[in-house]
Design a protein around this ligand. Structure first.
Ligand SMILES: C[S@@+](CC[C@H](N)C(=O)[O-])C[C@H]1O[C@@H](n2cnc3c(N)ncnc32)[C@H](O)[C@@H]1O
Length: 255
């Protein structure tokens, strides 16, 4: 079985915030963008008792796991598709609510992508999403980068923060045909595992770790992993390894 990063564990505190903001109604038809293994999609489907939820993700492995978990949990009104949300031909006006838990920051052309998502929504329908604030608000990002890079300059490309600037996020959504854009600050800790060794193993499943370790020889990799383990140990609260973080909860309506 493919080892997938456990976003449900990492983002458990944010999950509660997104669910409250999404406020899924019984008849909603929900689109979950970048759904990963589908926790948010299944939750939406459980609330939309006479409606349904579709989760889309680029990753085949994520979608396969999402289907397995839904089958296991007996959630019947949920479906998943491996699809690029930027360009996928969704049914026009086919959904009454779009949501995303940190799945919308990776678009190459965000205005076109959100335009595509907007066309999938009924006029007036809501978009509710969580995105990361800037890297300097993310204790996890800086600490992991410093530990793995060990003083070397780290790669600049950080797509995860592409909607961190409120002016950029508002501009993108407005240009894509959304209105009533509102950003609310949400600061919750993120969890990486029960102890430093488990957190290290989890973090090695992240693309940022893969990028930071690429090109290192065996000895340099071993030193980087030692630094990572030592750093994670300092974040072990006794109730797991936690880091501070900050996000925007962004809500908007399709015009
Ligand atoms: C940080 S993960 C979050 C996953 C999930 N929303 C969760 O909270 O567990 C981001 C997800 O977005 C997906 N993703 C990135 N770009 C995408 C795109 N253009 N279309 C669909 N999914 C995308 C990735 O494959 C990844 O699973």
């Amino acid at each position: 079985m493919v080892e997938l990063f456990d976003y449900d564990a990492e983002l458990s505190r944010y999950h509660v915030r997104l669910r409250a903001a999404a406020d899924v109604r019984t008849a909603d038809r929900v689109l979950d963008i970048g759904c990963g293994t589908g926790q948010t999609t299944r939750d939406a489907a459980r609330s939309a008792t006479s409606g349904s939820a579709l989760g889309v993700d680029l990753s085949r492995a994520m979608v396969d796991r999402a289907r397995e978990l839904s089958e296991r949990d007996g959630v019947r009104n949920v479906t998943f598709e491996r699809a690029d949300a930027q360009v996928h031909p969704f049914p026009p006006a086919g959904f009454t609510l779009a949501l995303s838990r940190f799945g919308t920051m990776f678009f190459t052309d965000p205005v076109a992508a959100f335009g595509n998502i907007g066309r999938a929504l009924r006029p007036g329908a809501r978009l509710v999403q969580l995105v990361w604030q800037a890297p300097d608000r993310q204790e996890w990002s800086g600490a992991i980068r410093r530990a793995l890079a060990g003083g070397a300059s780290t790669p600049a490309g950080q797509a995860a923060f592409s909607l961190a600037d409120p002016a950029v996020a508002t501009g993108v959504l407005t240009a894509a045909g959304f209105t009533a854009v509102e950003l609310t600050e949400v600061s919750e800790p993120v969890y990486y595992g029960p102890d430093a060794a488990a957190a290290r193993d989890a973090i090695l499943g992240l693309r940022m770790a893969e990028e930071l370790l690429a090109g290192l020889d065996t000895a340099a990799t071993a030193r980087a992993l030692d630094r990572l383990l030592a750093m994670l140990d300092t974040h072990d609260t006794g109730a797991g390894v936690w880091f501070g973080s900050g996000a925007w909860l962004i809500t908007a309506r399709r015009r």
